[in-house]
Design a protein around this ligand. Sequence first.
Ligand code: 6PG
Length: 260
Amino acid sequence: MIVLHRPATGPCRPTVHISPDVPTIAGELLAGAIERTIARQGRCRLALSGGSTPAPIFAWLRQNLPTRCYDQLHITWADERVLPCNPSFAGDWQAFDPESNLRLAYEKWLAHVPIDVRRVHPLALSADAKVETLRFGRSFRQEMDGEIDVALLGVGPDGHVASLFPDHPALDVDDLCMAVHDSPKPPAERITLSLPVLDRARVVVVAATGDNKADMLSNAFAGVNGGEGLPVARVRGGGDLHWVLDPAAGRQIAAAAISK
Ligand code: 6PG
């Protein structure tokens, strides 16, 4: 494994971990952050992402996060796809659409561990994005004080995180969350935490695999070719920022570091 400590300067200063075993490295960083947060403040507010990269990380957490953590763990999502569904609450996870980010986390992790469903806060309980954004915003403020302590983010080849896409007006919204109606990544309708909320998270773990993200990540890391303006580069976190990349996704960053 290669670990590149945060660059001395530049807007985005992640510690970059390049390893074939992204699930274990990301899982260990998340578990450590969750345990330290609980020890420090008695609870941990965790935001999860969807997509393909988090699934094996959820499987690692299912096996390895200490059971004692679940009594102080609050879980929500960095974003959620707004899809036809009519669950009555998060625990009704099989009533969510198969493409739902909540359902993914339950299938791979939460359905198999003793998490109290009262501490699981879904972004969407129906297909009405406007209603659900207002409902979740109230719940996020009341139950989690509108803050995230630890965030697991994936990143798209265009540099989007959650449902915050490059050059999209949603990047300039400083509410807690918002609806996105024109996501370039289907489905078009989504609800997302805002950039300021993600940027304030004390610990941020961005996980990425695949060669199709190598150039974008290199530009975001070096702050060149517009990379400094990408959503992934604008989530700096409030303390610990980690990028966990497989060798394909980290190829350009590693090559640049070796050539120095
Ligand atoms: C979603 C995710 C999205 C995802 C990226 C990366 O709802 O799809 O929240 O932001 O994290 O698109 O997806 P992959 O991990 O599948 O590359």
